[in-house]
Structures are given as C-alpha cells and as structure tokens.
Design a protein around this ligand. Sequence first.
Ligand SMILES: Nc1ncnc2c1ncn2[C@@H]1O[C@H](COP(=O)(O)OP(=O)(O)O)[C@@H](O)[C@H]1O
Ligand SMILES: [Mg+2]
Length: 271
Amino acid sequence: MSQPQDTNQAPSHRLVMQATGVTKRYGQVTALDGVDFELRAGEIMAVIGDNGAGKSSLIKCLSGATVPDEGQIQLDGQTVHFKTPIDARRMGIETVYQDLAVAPAMSISENLFLGRELRRPGVLGSVFRMLDKKAMLEQSIARMNDLKVGIRSMNQAVETLSGGQRQCVAVARAAAFAEHVVILDEPTAALGVKEGNMVLELIRRVRDKGLPVILISHNMPHVFEIADRIHVARLGKRAAILNPKKISMSDTVAVMTGALAPENLPADCLA
Ligand SMILES: Nc1ncnc2c1ncn2[C@@H]1O[C@H](COP(=O)(O)OP(=O)(O)O)[C@@H](O)[C@H]1O
Ligand SMILES: [Mg+2]
C-alpha cells in the first residue's frame, strides 16, 4: 500500500500527488505512455503541451474521470485507485473542467453547494430533505470573502455574472471543498485580459492558502506569471519539468514542440 516518503525532502518539497508510469490506451491510440507526474505541497504546477500530448488524459486519471490501464497514483504517499470523480473528491481532489459545470439560472450560493447541499437539521432535513438555505448562504459569503472574491450578492444568478466572475465562482467552489489538490483545466481560456488577471489572482490566493494547484493552460504568459514549475507533456510522456524563473518562453515552447531537447538546456532551467 503506502510507500515510505523520502524523509530528507525539504518540507516544501513534500509530494502531495505523484503518478508513476501511467499508461492509458484508447483502442490503437496510446494517449499516455508511462507518464510520471508530481505535485509538491504549496505549488502551482502548470501542465502544458501541444494538442494530443496527453494533458487531458493525465488530468482525467488524476481526477478519477478515467482509470489508467497501468501505473500508479499516490496521494500523500498512499496509493489510491480512483474509479470515479466522486472517489477523487472524497480524497480531497477538486477539479474545474473546461466546460464549467455551473448552473446559470441558480444563485452563486446554490452553485457553491451544487451536489452537496446542506439540509436543515433534524427531521426537516433527514425526512423532508429540506435545504438549509440560510447556512449555505452564510457559508458561501464566508468562503468567498476568505478568497477575496468580490461579488456583491451571493443570491444573484450566476448568469448575471461576467465570464471571469463565473470562473472565479467555479475556482472558489473547488478551493472551498478541496482538502488536498485543486485541478484547473484552462481556467482563463475564454477570458479577456482583465478578467483573466482576476482569475490568476484568485489561483494565487488558493495556492497561498496552502492548496497546491494543477493548472492546465495554453496561455504561456499566464503560465509564466503564476506557475512555480511547468510539466511539459509531449507524445504521451513527460518531456521535462521546467523552471519558469530560469527558462525563456520561447525555449519552453521549443521543448513542448520537440524542437529543443531538454538535455541541451542549462541545468537550472530544469525543475
Ligand atoms: N476518449 C478517447 N477516445 C479515443 N482517443 C482519445 C480519447 N481521448 C483522447 N484520445 C486521444 O489520445 C491522445 C491524447 O489526447 P488528450 O489527452 O486529449 O490530449 P491533450 O489534452 O493534450 O490535447 C490524442 O491522440 C487523442 O486523440
Ligand atoms: Mg485536452
């Protein structure tokens, strides 16, 4: 079951999540070919790669949406076997998928508790399944304040929010319920500059509150702005882990496309 962790690791280098040799095939296509992945405590790990590199397949394995054919995944040093996203959620891993599973006509508060509504105490909740709207509203306000998401009323419908605010609601919901890891798939993809920055700020606050974040993104400036490390996916494998403080954006893209071999990089560019 559990593998002993390297006790010489610096506390900040503690591995929260680790995947080793993960392989996933779809018929003749090998989407993941023995890929390794690691996420340390307190970091934002960006995942980048060309189309078809295996980013989504990797994230699906880590979030329980897909069961890998081979390899293992460890959470806090314990091997886990996720069969569904619910298994991963129970273990404290929350994922915001690209197509944002928010209910537009429902309020922000209702959206935050979607799928895990609080019931009224006693028989009203247990027998009549009555929702505790007051408690949900109070907790929503507390959680959004905690993450400094500036939204005037938790009672307003999500459809009245801008794209950036909606994305912030989705990220805040994940952060509010995640105990271990937040996974974000292209959270700034459809947003303008100002709104994108608002979401980046929120992601930073999530990390600074102690939750490590896996961030899938195509947006190199965003990746370079907030990632602590960059996992480069290429042809179903991990090509390299890069240090955005040392490597240039153009060299990063070159590693991603295969134009530059990571072995040819200065050692400090690798993380
Ligand atoms: N459900 C699926 N059925 C068949 N092939 C798939 C499926 N999902 C992904 N693939 C294939 O696996 C490879 C990796 O895909 P994916 O993980 O989505 O890459 P990325 O997210 O980096 O674009 C691609 O060749 C893709 O066509
Ligand atoms: Mg994808």
